[in-house]
Design a protein around this ligand. Structure first.
Ligand SMILES: *Cc1c(COP(=O)(O)O)cnc(C)c1O
Length: 466
């Protein structure tokens, strides 16, 4: 499979190449040159497969010649064998039409494990074929950092430098990063917000002092392999609820538009998806873009669902490219306009293309708390704030009664136990698998000197590319 950039002028890469690359050299994001498609019979034949087998079957067309189906299956067995539930992403019924797809049974309690456990193995696999190391740099508001560190700690030829905004991640999230003691893991706390950390990472990718010495890799959802791994659970859920004969709707708590874009990919591959609801909190740029075509950035408001406190959703660019005629040079112009004015209008083709599959809804604090109480009253389920925002959007869907609605449960409630306790009065307990998280010693470096301090720290501590 060939991968092309959304901005039309970066070199074409194969799957191994996009896995190790970050942003495309023209500033765009990589996408497959075409969408693989499964027939109804091929989808029906996936019923009842164990998750790892389903994953290898759904993903192999994207992997092409970079890995054999057998090797991909071995990596999936290893990645998904680390989950605490045999079904990996089990479905839980809430009432006659609403379901939760629990994506938090991995080691760090958020859905990002589903993709990152596999990505860590893919890095190791592809790096073993070449000389040199990959230096991963990332910024996190909490969940990406812990999932990425767990996935690469102790692995060969990979080093990770993870920036988090000091004092702005939950205690569980911070400890999941800082108590991992492996020589290839470096945690950095910066003064500032998540957006400041993210801006530093973008600068590192463009800094020649850095890129001349180190091959930089990405673990956020600009990395195509992450989105690819997330396509699988849309198949898993829909198959259980009657696909391919019956179509299913999904509601997706959305931040960087990665998870919900994976749903769009599943639909392109032939999975019958009736609707995708983009659920946002008060940081609602995507809701505004999908309802009125106005994609304009405003200030980020901190909420109880920090992984959705995002104003600029990187992966939205992938959707605009795919539904707007795949015209890289037109999109490059549109994105440059956005980067200067922090605002853009969607074209008619983009608006109509989005409207055929997507809807959206926005939840403020009280709607979020109400959805949390609804899940508790209706089904005795405690859900986390991100999932509650997804449920709020699920309730806004206007669909025939025979279409099941699946809300993606993106984090374990105990990961955000303070917020859950505030909304419901119940304090969820941490699952046993997180072990003695609060007894372990933490290690991280505080850097208050801005970008230069971060760059110098990485230059001093990272192994050169070999
Ligand atoms: C990352 C995250 C999201 C947002 O996912 P995107 O792919 O960025 O849209 C939602 N909920 C939780 C718990 C997350 O960690």
């Amino acid at each position: 499979m060939d991968y092309i950039s959304t901005r039309g002028s970066a070199p074409t890469l194969d799957f191994a190449g996009v896995t190790l690359a970050g942003l495309a050299s023209d500033g765009g994001l990589y996408l497959p040159a075409n969408w693989p498609h499964f027939s109804q019979d091929e989808i029906a034949a996936m019923r009842g497969m164990p998750y790892a087998q389903l994953a290898a079957t759904v993903m192999h067309p994207f992997v092409g010649d970079s890995l054999s189906l057998e090797r991909l299956r071995e990596l999936c067995d290893e990645a998904y064998g680390r989950f605490a539930h045999a079904a990996v992403t089990p479905l839980v019924q809430l009432d006659e039409r609403h379901w939760l797809l629990e994506l938090f049974h991995g080691p760090t309690l958020a859905f990002k494990d589903v993709a990152l456990q596999l990505l860590g193995l893919l890095f190791e696999e592809f790096l073993a074929r070449e000389r040199g190391t990959l230096t991963i740099v990332g910024a996190t508001s909490g969940d990406t950092g812990s999932a990425a560190i767990d996935a690469v700690a102790g692995r060969d030829k990979v080093e990770i430098f993870m920036l988090h905004p000091k004092g702005r991640v939950s205690d569980v999230q911070r400890r999941q990063m800082t108590t991992v003691r492996a020589p290839n893991v470096h945690n950095i706390a910066i003064d500032g917000s998540f957006d400041d950390a993210q801006a530093m990472v973008k600068r590192l990718f463009a800094d020649e002092a850095m890129t001349a010495k180190h091959r930089l890799g990405a673990v956020n959802s600009i990395n195509w392999a992450r989105l690819m791994a997330q396509v699988v659970y849309y198949f898993a859920a829909a198959l259980q609820l009657g696909a391919p004969e019956r179509s299913v709707a999904f509601s997706v708590p959305t931040g960087n538009f990665g998870d919900v874009f994976a749903g769009h990919v599943a639909a392109r591959m032939g999975l019958p998806i009736a609707r995708l609801a983009v659920a946002t909190n008060v940081n609602d740029i995507l809701h505004r873009a999908l309802t009125s075509g106005d994609y304009s950035q405003s200030e980020v408001t901190a909420t109880a669902a920090p992984s959705m406190d995002i104003q600029v959703s990187s992966n939205f660019e992938r959707l605009l490219f795919d539904i707007g005629g795949r015209d890289g040079s037109a999109l490059a112009g549109q994105m440059r306009g956005f980067e200067t004015s922090r605002a853009m209008l969607l074209s008619n083709a983009q608006r109509e293309g989005a409207a055929s599959l997507f809807t959206s809804a926005r939840a403020d604090q009280s709607a979020m708390a109400q959805a949390m109480r609804w899940a508790w009253d209706r089904a005795g389920e405690v859900v986390d704030p991100h999932t509650a925002i997804g449920l709020h959007a699920a309730h806004s869907l206007d669909l025939p009664a025979d279409v099941p609605i699946v809300t993606l449960a993106t984090a374990h409630p105990a990961k955000f136990r303070d917020a859950v306790e505030r909304a419901t009065g119940t304090r969820p307990t941490l699952p046993l698998r997180v072990g003695d998280l609060f007894a372990r010693e933490e290690a991280y470096t505080e850097l208050s000197g801005g970008y230069d301090a971060v760059r110098d720290f990485i230059l001093t501590h990272a192994s050169p590319r070999g």
